[in-house]
Design a protein around this ligand. Sequence first.
Ligand SMILES: [Zn+2]
Length: 458
Amino acid sequence: MKKVVTDFSIQNIYVPKHKVNSSGVDISSVFNEKSEVFENTKTESSDVILQDNLRNKKLSKLIDGDYSVLNEIEWRTVQGTQEFVEIAKSFQFQKGISIYDSMVGDYMNGKLSKDKFYEYLTKLLDMSEFKPDNNVSDEEWEVYGLYALFRKDLHSGQSTDKDIKNFNYNEFFEKITVPYSEKLIKNEAERILNAKKAKELSNYDVTNSQIAPLLPRITNIQINKSEKVQYFNDKKYQISYDKDKIIVKDSNSEHVIKLKKLLSNIKNEEDKAAIQKILLDLSAPVLIDIGVEIDTIKVFNDANSSTYAQYDGKDNVVSINLAKKDEKNMPFVLAHEIGHSLDFSRQDDRNKVNSGFDKELISIAEQEMIKLKDRPEYEKQYASSNPVEMFAECYALLNMGSSADSNYVIATYFPNTLKYIKEQIENQRQLPMKDRNYIGRESTLLEMVQEYIPQWGN
Ligand SMILES: [Zn+2]
């Protein structure tokens, strides 16, 4: 499958994709919180004992016929799913019948009112529900079909007491709930392990790698409160700044970044200060590129988003998610977006991304991609997702000494791609100014369909 890239952003690939269970409930948001709790269960901490105690309390209440404890299980989470299945199994083991049969018995014997019975029954069915995968046996689908039908009748008030008595809950629990919950728990454990290994790799030291000779040596010397000298390899820059502008001088030119205009879309003074702080950590070549490429920087605050920042080629605007500013090294993230911006330039009457259509880049990278193909997921850092992200990550690496999220993968697998992109960055910088920050017409639908950004490695 080729994937169409719709925006150019830097994202955390280990934030789980949205998963919807068959009741249509989005359970992705809770996957995150639960990963912590989930990891704790591996250690013999007092938390685990506490959790076990709570679980046993719920179990004994259930055995005593207090089904309201089902409301205390957060079944939409992986953790809650695990808790529910364990309690349900223990219940069956201790009482000799399932929660379902026990509930039905209590209802038939008049121990449970109809309203309460329906409420608890619905909850139990929700908690037990998993939809089989598309390519599994007919038997699983048959069992699921019976469940779905029963569920539908129950919901519309059409089930008789006989239907309720006859529904084979135990079969559904054994053939669907147990195996699919185990799968969910296993996948979650794998995701956590991958995220952990990915995090370890994000600390990879690129200075001792084979690409070290291609990377910049950057030295800053602070002259006074508002001025510093920066050596970028052997080139000397003088960077001075106040609240209205940043001036970058080299031996033969002067570049002024007007902060008033660049930050004009940011209303909050605190946010403005946060962006200025990030700007001052950029290298001189990136600052010079910003002056040419970027119209304005916007900010947003979304702690739940997996996006750290993004570049919009339609209006040359970079947006930064300030809610994430302590999670990532933001100067590298911003440099990544400036890389996208440099990559976009005028072609005919459009502002078009160059790397996505660069056959030579794609061919070099595909050659280097072969070795990465069979490696574990966590090694496939962001740059390897497509040529456009590769360009942006290489840009940050070559101009800041680090990418946002791909140092390991580029240093280990893509030295030739990096070398090629280094030349391309210089080519893009040679383009006429008016082509570099050109804002063209939007793509037509036909163009969008035909000109997807290729994803390699398939
Ligand atoms: Zn990007």
